[in-house]
Write a protein that binds this ligand. Structure first.
Ligand code: NAD
Ligand code: TYD
Length: 359
């Protein structure tokens, strides 16, 4: 086990960081990356892989059952780490159907392929195979002020189509463990940030807009709270679960950093004022614009990570200050990567749709 990996969505933000993490820290691993290369996936995210020879890319859909089955057989896959998803809440409000297809039907297709292929020759044994599913804290809904952080037993109460599709996929994964003895683990993580994140999510979008002198759109009053997790910490947590996690269990992963959105945006602006200077006599924070709120906007997420900390010994290493400075440095050093995205029609169309929805 833990030799031949199928990483789904490995050309996206977290998947590409995890692929690099795996090669850097566990060089014996062989990795097949199955990714459809939607707007969110790019092979540019994997250009600097340390051991290209132990890696194979396949462009394809996780919903294509014959493709997935043949990958599991041809590469003798023993470990599936499932990242592939439609991942952006705002897009799930304007176009939910891709979320249902990829996040629910796609996850079902992967589970079914694993059940069929690993079920052959009695391979469905926790010491031989593993299906790890990456999910989100958004399945738990929104916390009111003073309410305790989400634990693994918090009832599911998803609000957006994105969150509902991930909740559905979590339930399917759990059902395959209970009904068919598929050896699964699940992790529910909080908002990630770091290198290679597509600039539609809060932190990279604000960095990009500030650098290009565009408005910094704050939804509602900007006092919503997320539990920010640096992506390198997340990759290490996933590896810890793969090694020591108990089959059939889910684990919450969080970074413990909970500044409100407006504070994050102002901090990004302050860092950029110092590192790239300010346009004329202005500062980057002058670009902040409060805009119409996101419908059904979850007010607060917070993760209780006691279980993974006590049972598996993982806790985050990066505080928000360190993580944010590293992230901004990465974007400043990768303006070519950002410029390539800005030029894409898909990106320009999305900016227009999102902007119009908030006028
Ligand atoms: P992302 O949007 O950056 O990347 C998703 C990747 O999946 C892309 O490379 C895309 O091409 C690929 N993909 C989409 N549909 C596919 C399909 N049908 N078949 C094959 N590949 C397909 O996402 P991310 O931010 O890296 O998130 C990865 C996972 O982590 C997702 O499951 C997401 O729900 C979960 N998650 C993300 C966050 C976060 O803050 N980014 C937080 C909690 C959970
Ligand atoms: P986002 O990065 O989209 O992640 P999620 O919705 O999955 O938590 O958004 C993080 C927070 O930032 C969320 O409260 C919405 C808010 N937000 C803005 O205020 N402006 C923006 O332009 C974006 C993209 C997000």
């Amino acid at each position: 086990m833990l030799q031949n990996f199928l990483v789904t969505g490995g050309a996206g933000f977290i998947g590409s960081n995890f692929t690099r993490y795996l090669q850097n820290n566990h060089p014996a691993s062989f990795i097949v990356n199955l990714d459809l290369l939607t707007y969110a996936g790019s092979l540019e995210n994997l250009k600097e892989l340390p051991i290209p020879g132990k890696y194979h890319f396949i462009r394809g859909d996780i919903g294509d059952s014959s493709l997935v089955e043949s990958i599991l057989r041809d590469f003798n896959i023993d470990t599936i780490v499932h990242f592939a998803a439609e991942s952006h809440v705002d897009r799930s409000l304007t176009g939910p159907s891709a979320f249902i297809q990829t996040n629910i039907v796609g996850t079902f297709t992967l589970l079914e392929a694993a059940r069929v292929v690993w079920g052959e020759n009695n391979k469905m044994d926790p010491s031989k195979v593993r299906f790890h599913h990456i999910s989100t804290d958004e399945v738990f809904g929104s916390l009111k002020p003073g309410e305790p952080a989400f634990t693994e037993t918090t009832p599911y109460a998803p609000n957006s189509p994105y969150a509902a599709s991930k909740a559905s996929s979590d339930h399917l994964v759990g059902s395959y463990a209970r009904s068919f003895d598929l050896p699964v683990t699940i992790s529910n993580c909080s908002n990630n940030y770091g290198a290679y994140q597509f600039p539609e999510k809060l932190i990279p979008l604000m960095i990009l807009n500030a650098l290009t002198g565009k408005p910094l759109p704050i939804y509602g009053d900007g006092m919503q709270i997320r539990d920010w997790l640096y992506v390198d910490d997340h990759c290490e947590a996933i590896w810890t679960i793969l090694q020591n996690g108990e089959i059939g269990e889910s684990y919450n992963i969080g970074g413990g950093n909970q500044p409100p959105n407006i504070e994050i945006v102002k901090t990004i602006c302050d860092i950029l004022d110092k590192s790239v200077g300010t346009p004329e006599d202005k500062c980057h924070a002058d670009l902040v614009q409060f805009v119409k709120d996101r419908p059904g906007h979850d007010r607060r997420y917070a993760m209780d990570i006691t279980k993974i900390k006590n049972e598996l010994g993982w806790q985050p290493k990066f505080d928000f200050d360190q993580g944010l400075n590293r992230t901004i440095d990465w974007y400043l050093g990768h303006t070519d990567w950002l410029n390539a995205i800005i030029k894409e029609k898909e990106y320009q169309n999305w900016v227009q749709i999102n902007y119009q929805g908030r006028e």
